[in-house]
Write a new protein. Structure first.
Length: 414
């Protein structure tokens, strides 16, 4: 049974019966040490500094130096990373480039014009940017750690196709579609270049605790993104404006338990296909935009424990499939909208610890599927708990401030 005032009662992950996202896959690279008249691929030792560029014939008869130069040109052009960052081994960009150019041992080695080279570099950049060698729990590079790796998964930076690396899924033509590295000890900041992975459908990084910094501003430039799950980290700053452009594709936003700030833009109304929006336990301010009602298929809306002000938007009534509504722990004012009674699929409503006023609408008694209704901590709610609510057949948690609301049927009084 639901505890009476904890937003964690509401789901933090996509329910199993809701639509999920499609899978995907990827490849990798390798240096060679001896000159040869024919292309020769052999395993080079792992190195920590830039090796001497002994002419060696690699893919399409490129020398090691030619391949390095072509990789630099392609990465700096297509990902827009400055060359000085790529060649500086003290930066995460340089560490990922050094691995790609000199330490990758995949056979056959990817040529600079291979369509997979960009995503292989980006996955290496994510690895180095998020503490892969130092904080990852599963499947870190075998050259730097003894972390375990689940059966069927390959370690990051291993000599296999990147589509086989832990937490990475690709499609039939080896394009990265899913990155799922939740609860894996990732730390540091996400690369600003995340949107280079243009074929991504799902990013799931929840529960890593120590991912910090801003959410990449251009993350909304991933055109087919359906799921962005970043809860239980330490992300800061605003929700990127670019995210509001994904109205045709985005289904799930989970940003609970971070350090996010700012307002929720009216542009959230562009996300008409959302199923889940979870923003609990951040530092958001301002009003809840009425345009949020445009998400007519929304099933889970939780925005608890922020500093939202103003009224509960009556446009919530447009969400015909809404099942979970949690707005507790804000500074919401005015009355409880009677219009909520039209959301007949509602199972849980948590409005406690706000500044709501007036009487409790008897129309809430029309919510035949309602199991939990929490209204305590609203000093200006008064009157009687409507008998229509008391008689709801599925209701098993009902709370109010019984000194101001006469509620003989409440399961808990405050």
């Amino acid at each position: 049974m639901f505890p009476t005032s904890n937003p964690s009662n509401f789901p933090s992950h996509l329910p199993s019966h809701l639509p999920t996202n499609a899978p995907t896959q990827l490849p990798s690279l390798l240096p060679s040490g001896l000159p040869s008249a024919e292309p020769s691929i052999s395993h080079a030792p792992t190195i920590s500094i830039m090796p001497s560029l002994t002419p060696t014939l690699l893919c399409k008869e490129y020398t090691l130096e030619t391949r390095r130069r072509l990789l630099l040109d392609r990465l700096s052009t297509e990902i827009l990373i400055e060359e000085n960052l790529l060649t500086d081994s003290s930066t995460v960009e340089g560490q990922a480039f050094q691995w790609l150019a000199f330490q990758d041992t995949i056979e056959p080695l990817y040529c600079p014009d291979d369509p997979r080279i960009i995503q292989r570099y980006m996955l290496a950049l994510i690895y180095y940017s998020t503490g892969g060698d130092s904080t990852w729990v599963n499947c870190a590079s075998s050259t730097t750690t003894t972390t375990t790796c689940p059966i069927g998964s390959e370690r990051f930076l291993s000599n296999t196709e990147e589509c086989d690396w832990f937490g990475v899924t690709c499609d039939a033509i080896d394009r990265v579609r899913i990155i799922r590295l939740d609860e894996n000890g990732l730390s540091g900041q996400l690369p600003v270049e995340m949107s280079v992975l243009q074929h991504l459908l799902e990013i799931d990084l929840d529960g890593n605790k120590n991912l910090s910094g801003p959410i990449p501003l251009n993350i909304g430039e991933i055109p087919n993104l359906t799921t962005l799950d970043l809860d239980d980290n330490q992300f800061t700053g605003n929700i990127p404006i670019s995210l509001y452009t994904l109205g045709d594709t985005l289904r799930t936003i989970d940003m609970n338990n971070n350090l996010l700030t700012g307002i929720i833009s009216e542009d959230i109304g562009n996300l008409v296909n959302l199923f889940i929006l979870q923003l609990d336990n951040n530092d958001f301010i301002g009003t809840i935009p009425p345009s949020i009602g445009n998400a007519k298929d929304l099933q889970i809306l939780t925005m608890a424990n922020n500093t939202f002000t103003g009224p509960i938007p009556p446009t919530i009534q447009n969400m015909a499939s809404l099942r979970f509504l949690n707005l507790e722990g804000n500074q919401l004012v005015s009355t409880i909208p009677v219009s909520i009674s039209t959301n007949t699929d509602l199972e849980q409503i948590n409005l406690d610890n706000n500044s709501l006023s007036g009487t409790i609408p008897s129309e809430l008694g029309l919510l035949a599927n309602l199991e939990i209704l929490q209204l305590h901590g609203n000093a200006n709610l008064s009157g009687n708990m409507p008998i229509e609510i008391c008689n709801l057949p599925s209701l098993n948690v009902l709370t109010a401030d019984c000194s101001r609301v006469n509620c003989p049927c409440c399961t808990a009084c405050f």
